[in-house]
Design a protein around this ligand. Structure first.
Ligand code: CTP
Length: 402
């Protein structure tokens, strides 16, 4: 159980902080809520007191004998400010101590996370961006706001990420996950592509995108700027991750190659279809009167992983390129034999090898992989949740990023 301070500043999104509070308390954490005065215009003290089980105060001079302006910050394992308004970010960046929340921020020696929420213009304003940069330089974690509907009719960047996403970032911070990808830009592909035969039918595969999403989430939690290229993934986007949705292998190729320019690492966790129908029928293919089944001619799709390797300039190490290999053993060799041959064939820096003999990995929470690196190392990871597998993969990549 950790001791968490939930700072709430004055924005409409304050109501979402009540859900975040529930996520913390239901998993056994002790939470002190420190709202600003203006936050209480949106959600009242009674809600915070009832949900946290602690009294709530906003000013430095309430309850003076307990010296709360020092004690609350000193004893915290984590401070999370959600929502963090432009004003609160500015006060924190300036080191002001004009209410209990800002005093707490100055006395806290634990990790501090800010989840900003405001209108797009305020988020993009150079003053806010400078304040965010200052806070990040000092070691605070500032989650990028989500893009979507804002208060009123407008939409854009500035929406408070979903409480589950903020919670996930906090859990990683509490678990002591390193911020060793801060300042890095990474690209992760996820899901399975679809190749259309006609307006209603496609050739597809069983990839759910779970492992790719876990990789994107883990990289974001470790501080990376993440672009997720998602092929037909029905899962929600992790907080702070930029997502590009694609359908076919050709679209996946274009999006991955474009976003990989200047990236530090690219992880191809997607399952692109190797083949597509040679022709696309504009009208739905009908059954024939003679009962004969149509023959579908296939042509090969581009190999994106191989192209990434091929187009990386010979004299630079970046981006680090990782591929996945879904393998089954057969009469020509075991899973590892096929994987080693694939690593050599594709020429990438790391191959994450998945034994899919039983088909059991698709859509599951767990994965069992082996990491093969170009320098010849083979590291079995064992049966673990996909989020943990993602962190082991990033551990391996970070070690080699230089
Ligand atoms: N991959 C790719 N482009 C393709 C096919 C696969 O970039 N057209 C990438 C996948 O994202 C994965 C890796 O290549 O990272 C291995 O995919 P896999 O399907 O196992 O390999 P194939 O090249 O299809 O090899 P084979 O079918 O011969 O096993």
């Amino acid at each position: 159980m950790s001791s968490i301070v939930l700072g709430v500043s004055g924005g409409v999104a304050a109501y979402k902080a009540a859900l975040l509070l529930r996520l913390f308390t239901e998993s056994g954490h002790d939470v002190r809520v420190v709202p600003t005065d203006s936050a209480l215009n949106f959600v009242g003290a009674a809600t915070w007191e009832a949900l946290s089980g602690h009294p709530v105060q906003t000013a430095t001079f309430d309850n003076v004998p307990e010296v709360p302006h020092v004690r609350i910050g000193q004893s915290a394992d984590l401070v999370i400010v959600a929502p963090a308004t432009a004003n609160t970010l500015a006060r924190a960046a300036q080191g002001l101590a004009d209410d209990l929340l800002t005093n707490t921020l100055l006395t806290a020696r634990c990790p501090v996370v800010f989840a900003p929420a405001m209108h797009t213009e305020m988020w993009e304003h150079p003053a806010t961006q400078a304040n965010v940069a200052t806070l990040r330089e000092r070691g605070a974690i500032v989650i990028d706001p989500a893009v979507g509907r804002l208060t009123g009719a407008d939409s854009g960047a500035g929406r408070l990420p979903d409480p589950e996403d903020i919670y996930a970032v906090c859990v990683n911070v509490l678990a002591g996950r390193p911020r060793d990808l801060a300042g890095r830009r990474v690209v992760v592909s996820a899901g399975g592509t679809r190749e259309f035969l006609d307006p209603v039918r496609f050739l597809g595969n069983r990839s759910s995108g779970r492992q790719g999403l876990a990789l994107a989430e883990a990289a974001a939690a470790r501080g990376a700027e993440v672009t997720l290229v998602a092929a037909n993934v029905a899962l929600p986007t992790p907080a702070g991750v930029e997502r590009i949705d694609v359908t076919t292998t050709s679209e996946l190729r274009d999006a991955v190659l474009k976003s990989s320019v200047g990236a530090d690492a690219v992880v191809m966790a997607a399952a692109p279809a190797d083949f597509r129908p040679a022709t696309y029928a504009d009208a739905k293919i009908k059954k024939r009167p003679d009962g004969a089944a149509p023959t579908i001619e296939l042509v090969e799709n581009p190999d994106i992983l191989a192209e990434l390797v091929r187009t990386r300039p010979a004299d630079v190490a970046e981006p680090f390129i990782a591929g996945f290999a879904a393998e089954t053993g057969d009469e020509n060799g075991g899973v590892l034999d096929h994987a080693r041959a694939k690593l050599a064939r594709k020429g990438c820096d790391l191959l994450v090898v998945n034994d899919v003999s039983g088909g059991g990995v698709f859509g599951q929470e767990d994965n069992d992989v082996l990491l093969l690196t170009a320098d010849g190392e083979a590291q079995p990871v064992g049966q673990r949740p996909k989020t943990e597998v993602a962190h082991v993969i990033w551990d391996t990549i970070v070690q080699r990023l230089g």
